[in-house]
Design a protein around this ligand. Structure first.
Ligand code: AMP
Ligand code: GLY
Length: 428
């Protein structure tokens, strides 16, 4: 079976690696920059922008690819699935219309409200951003300010926490294409990813990501500095009732999408805030999370190519999907200065990373030497029977890397987990 993986980050390296565990699978890759990990697995690669849809379709046809797995959101918004399917290539990823769940935050909230899907915070949509300003000026209390369109995960500002009223207004003035203002949710975040075939949804282990750049959840938001998951596939601050509730919300989304003529297939990513009143939806993504894909795909014990065929032909069921009952901790190494002024072109040397699984991300290999680029560099995933062992495995590998890179030492530690649990207790 021939599968094209679109995208060149850590997430796509994890997808390609999981697909390649089946020796009958041939992997092809389209990526903007040559990811050495993916290049080492792929039969052939095409270096092109992932949003250059005609180029991707042409490459898929030249190579005789039958399936495509779309990693990032930008090509989904560019209609890559519509075009690949028109060329007879089955895709793991939603059509452009169904991907609006992620690419259009107003569409997502309106759908949740119209179909009375639980977990929707209070919100107001302003297609004309100027109209949001009087509302912000008069609003008492905190607000989440979100551009309607894609921002690469860095578009949200919390008035009352990160920014004051004046800065929130200044921010809104520079947003193009409308804004959603939302009730500020308080609680602990978790990620629920699921395989979806249009009607059936099969959940993956829960993961918690860490968006802030520095230890102790300080500093600016990033694409995600690392993440962890527990051996029982849930999280200690999520009760069985919360978990059921989150799955029910995701299933409602899938059934409404099917009923309204936009059946959703691919990976559905739910980002939840577990609040005093149970899980609320922060947003949905139409793809795997990065880093969260690395946690769950390292654990996946079923055949991913088989899951790919089932997602595309609508025959997915829980009994074909299983994950090892181990803990995982993923730590991203990022260039010094990331995210505000990342130092590109710094050479780095890996230690002996045998304790953990290495995934390459935004990194360049020249004459056998590795160099940083401007985004997240590479990640290590440690696994183990306990969170502590998984954390030590990831930490040992991450700290053995030499060069001008850094990582968060606190991700997956007992101290951080205890803080999350205490925070949840305090809210409930
Ligand atoms: P997003 O780009 O939607 O993933 O949001 C980025 C981050 O902003 C999330 O991880 C949350 O920490 C925060 N956030 C988004 N929406 C809200 C909200 N309604 N209340 C509180 N925090 C939020
Ligand atoms: N880790 C968050 C995301 O992939 O959007």
């Amino acid at each position: 079976m021939k599968i094209l993986v679109v995208g060149g980050g850590g997430r796509e390296h994890a997808i390609a690696r999981a697909l390649s565990r089946n020796s009958e699978t041939e992997i092809f890759s389209v990526m903007a920059k040559k990811n050495p990990g993916i290049a080492g697995i792929a039969r052939s690669i095409c270096l092109a922008r992932e949003t250059d849809v005609p180029r991707v379709v042409a490459f898929a046809q030249e190579t005789g690819t039958e399936y495509a797995f779309i990693g990032p959101e930008a090509p989904l918004e560019a209609g890559i699935v519509d075009q690949l399917e028109a060329a007879g290539i089955a895709c793991v990823g939603p059509t452009r219309a169904a991907a609006r769940l992620e690419t259009d935050k107003a569409f997502c909230r309106e759908m949740m409200a119209e179909h009375r899907i639980a977990g929707c915070p209070e919100y107001r949509i302003f297609h004309n951003t100027a109209d949001a300003i009087p509302f912000i000026r008069d609003h008492e209390g905190d607000l989440a300010v979100k551009p309607i369109g894609l921002t690469g995960g860095k578009g949200v500002r919390i008035m009352g926490e990160q920014v004051d009223r004046a800065a929130a207004i200044a921010y809104v003035r520079q947003i193009k294409g409308g804004v959603v203002l939302e009730e500020r949710l308080r609680g602990e975040e978790f990620t629920l990813q699921a395989f979806v075939d249009g009607t059936h949804l099969v959940p993956m282990p829960l993961v918690q990501d860490h968006k802030r750049a520095f230890e102790g959840d300080l500093g600016p938001n990033t694409g995600g500095m690392g993440s962890y998951s527990m051996p029982n596939h849930t999280l200690p601050f999520v009760t069985p009732a919360d978990y059921k509730h989150a799955i029910a919300i995701m299933k409602s989304i899938v059934s409404v999408m099917a009923r309204t003529g936009n059946p959703y297939k691919g990976i559905l990513y739910g980002q939840f805030m577990n609040t005093a009143n149970g899980p609320k939806v922060i947003e949905f993504n139409a793809r795997f999370g990065d880093p969260e894909a690395m946690n769950v795909l390292t654990l996946l014990s079923s055949d991913l190519p088989d899951i790919v065929t089932r997602i595309t032909d609508g025959s997915l069921s829980q009994s074909q999907v299983s994950f090892d009952h181990a803990a995982t901790v993923c730590k991203y190494l990022v260039p010094a200065g990331y995210p505000d002024s990342p130092q590109k072109g710094e050479s780095l040397t890996l230690g002996d990373p045998k304790t953990a699984t290495l995934y390459y991300a935004n990194i360049e290999e020249r004459d056998g030497q590795l160099y940083t680029l401007s985004s997240r560099t590479l990640a290590f995933v440690g696994t183990g029977p306990t969170l502590n062992e998984a954390e030590q495995a990831a930490e040992a590998a991450a700290s053995a890397v030499k060069g001008r890179v850094r990582h968060r030492k606190d991700i997956g530690t007992r101290a951080l987990l205890d803080r999350r649990v205490a925070h949840m207790k305090e809210l409930r």
